[in-house]
Design a protein around this ligand. Sequence first.
Ligand code: GDP
Length: 195
Amino acid sequence: MKIRKAQLEKIAVNKKQYPSPHLPEIAFAGRSNVGKSSFINSMVNRKDLARISGKPGKTRTINFYNINDQFRFVDLPGYGYAKVSKAEKEKWGPIIEEYLSNRENLIEVILLVDMRHEPTELDLMMYNWIKFFGYSGLVIATKADKISKGKYQSNINMIKNKLNIEDPELIIPYSSAKNINKDLVWKILEDKLLI
Ligand code: GDP
């Protein structure tokens, strides 16, 4: 994928603030610190387009990134950060739900989980939501460079079992640090975007 433009277009907390729906959108969900900003940056070859969080859990916004004036990447608020208040913790849910249930130009929602660890209950809840809204259930397993290739299969199985995924091919190991599977993910996204 040739990236000619990658630009933060809009930061929103509710639907009144979303940008116009004339471009297709692909959204990314995951817990704080899972590597979502790094994933977006690596996919579009930018070091600091999405903020790599010094303070995880502080962003309660939906960030819309315009890519090539062709489509958008949408960074949903990270969840599950331990060091915030209960009230603060609960904000991500309604923000994400409002977006998922009101966005006609949203073509795919992808869950990011850390490949090293079993997904959490919140990951399972998020994944069930994504399925409920009719999306395919693609999972990016981040930080794949931190485990050996020999452990890929067992860790994919761990994710598959926790999230009740039938088709293990939906789970794609990824590394932003080493660009593992970047071309594969672009190919999948290009197919979905019909570009
Ligand atoms: P976010 O909170 O989900 O946006 O997560 P960040 O992108 O800020 O990443 C959280 C931490 O994980 C940072 O210290 C990143 O450098 C690190 N990280 C993210 N992706 C990778 C990866 O693919 N490999 C390695 N080794 N570290 C990563």
